[in-house]
Design a protein around this ligand. Structure first.
Ligand code: FES
Length: 103
């Protein structure tokens, strides 16, 4: 079965950053946000990520650094058998895990 490996920055300004790794079963058409939400349901409900609309950049809340570039997790497709690096967007106040203050 194909998997998507996520390497996700975890922590808060108080605890500092750590990277956690998760293996997510790949599903056809899966977005990076879908993979993050799978981790929340199946591995760690405490993984913090902000989103509302879950599709096509409508709310613009799910931005993150995805493989080093700022993008929207809901509109970025996960590829089978790939590793995706996720980090909070730089240049904004960091709150927890993938969540920053919004601009
Ligand atoms: S969840 Fe709304 S833009 Fe991604």
């Amino acid at each position: 079965m194909a998997v998507v490996k996520l390497r996700v920055v975890r922590g808060t300004p108080e605890t500092g950053r750590k990277v956690a790794e998760y293996e997510v079963p790949y599903r056809e058409g899966m977005s990076v946000l879908d993979a993050v939400l799978w981790v929340r349901v199946n591995r760690d409900p405490a993984l913090a990520a902000r989103y509302s609309c879950r599709s096509a950049n409508a709310c613009k809340e799910c931005s993150a650094q995805i493989d080093g570039k700022v993008g929207y997790m809901c509109s970025t497709k996960a590829r089978p058998d790939s590793t995706i690096e996720l980090a909070p967007v730089g240049g904004r106040d960091w709150i927890r895990d993938l969540v920053t203050e919004l601009d």
